[in-house]
Design a protein around this ligand. Structure first.
Ligand SMILES: [Zn+2]
Length: 419
């Protein structure tokens, strides 16, 4: 019985195989003209037709390739991930012909953070400059142009920029610091430049070309900053200029300069209409001094200025002063104004925006002057900063801090990494 059954099965199998061969042959015969012979050709054809809806875990190269074939613009950002391998996509979506992807940087490189002494609770220097004067007069200490060092020589300012750079400081916008958006490469530190009073020598225009472009004095602050930009490829060059009612002190070019500044990575803030001491005026005048200047800026560069005030004379010295709330919020001629942050004259570096004591409405600055390394001059401050400077983790999504500083951390929406 057993034997017979096996025989039968063998017979059946034979017929099945023959049948399949015939059917297969017929199919191949009919499809032949349409079926490419080589397998890789078949695959590439399929690729162009493929629609990717879920980008997670595909490679960066594949995503870019796909975007090219679909004529999509690519906007990539990067983030660390413990689950998605380096160079693979964490998430992606298509919106109006733009492929937005978040690319994995792999796991958080704690060892590298440690080695580079990353500390996003370290201090940040906000430099306070006034006039930049093209003089070689060395009557005063170092690069000081006056006794108290409020104005600085062009040469000293240029050397300051080189010194900051060599020490690993990279310029960021004051506004970004306030918002906790510190876009600085891993291992480097942010620095902020500010200029008060709108001195002509900050952005002296020599001439305006026929095509409308401005030619700046190469020894003005802007002249020096733009030269620095050319000499340091890829370096972010920025500063915030705090103007009074006299704007850039160049009647003929005021509006051109202001537009040029905000179109070229610089910012403009409020230094009151007539450089007033807030402790010497009443509430109505306070509202005028602040509100009217915002309106002036709004008229010339609508929506492109920063709602930040540099307090003239650094006054008041205390936030408890009765006028302070009107520096921050008020109404002038029926138009409301809001000041997001205020700068004092100060003497030393300010805390990190992630520090729980951070108060953007009362920020300290470093006076950019020389005094042989004492009384909070530039040298002294940068020496102090060596012990406690903000050192970036290179990611805008993380706040990385040494474990022992944890208790200093304020509230944040960002991911906190400790080591
Ligand atoms: Zn001033």
């Amino acid at each position: 019985m057993k034997k017979k059954s096996v025989k039968l099965k063998k017979k059946n199998l034979f017929f099945i195989v023959v049948f399949l061969l015939i059917v297969g042959g017929v199919i191949v015969y009919f499809l032949k003209p349409n079926v490419p012979l080589k397998l890789d050709v078949l695959e590439s054809k399929e690729k162009t037709k493929e629609t990717i809806t879920d980008f997670e875990n595909i490679t960066y190269t594949k995503a870019i390739d796909y975007a090219e074939k679909q004529n999509l613009e690519v906007k990539a950002s990067y983030d660390y991930s413990d689950t998605i391998e380096k160079d693979k996509i964490i998430s992606g979506n298509i919106e109006e012909n733009v492929l937005n992807i978040v690319v994995s940087l792999g796991s958080i490189p704690l060892d590298e953070f440690k080695e580079k002494q990353v500390n996003e609770l370290g201090n940040v220097p906000i430099m306070m400059y006034h006039g930049i004067v093209n003089t070689t007069d060395n009557k005063y200490t170092g690069g000081n142009v006056d006794k108290d060092g409020y104005n600085r020589t062009s040469k000293a300012f240029s050397e300051d920029l080189e010194m900051y750079y060599k020490k690993g400081y990279r310029m960021i916008r004051l506004k970004d610091y306030i918002d906790g958006k510190i876009d600085v490469e891993m291992g480097y530190s942010p620095i902020i430049l500010t200029f008060d009073d709108g001195n002509e020598n900050n952005f002296k225009v020599i001439k305006k070309n026929e095509d409308g472009t401005l030619v700046f004095d190469e020894n003005s602050a802007i002249g020096i900053l733009e030269k620095f930009k050319k000499e340091h490829e890829g370096a972010n060059v920025t500063a915030t200029f705090f103007l009074t009612g006299d704007l850039c002190n160049q009647k003929e070019y005021n509006e051109d300069i202001m537009k040029w500044l905000v179109d070229n990575g610089y910012d403009i803030g409020n230094h009151t209409i007539s450089h007033i001491d807030f402790t010497k005026i009443n509430i109505e005048k306070t509202k005028y001094q602040v509100g009217a200047l915002y309106q002036k800026l709004e008229n010339i560069i609508p929506g492109k200025y920063v709602n930040i005030i540099a307090l003239p004379f650094g006054s008041p010295y205390k936030k408890s002063h009765s006028n302070y709330q009107y520096i921050l919020n008020g109404e002038y001629e029926g138009v409301e104004y809001h000041t997001e942050a205020a700068l004092r004259v100060g003497w030393e570096a300010e805390v990190s925006p992630f520090n729980k004591t951070f108060d953007k409405t009362f920020l300290k600055r470093i006076r950019a002057y020389d005094n042989k390394g004492v009384e909070f001059d530039i040298e002294m401050n940068f020496k102090t900063l060596e012990k406690n400077r903000f050192i970036s983790d290179g990611s805008m999504d993380l706040v990385t801090i040494p474990k022992n500083l944890e208790e200093k951390l304020g509230e944040t929406n960002l991911k906190v990494v400790t080591y």
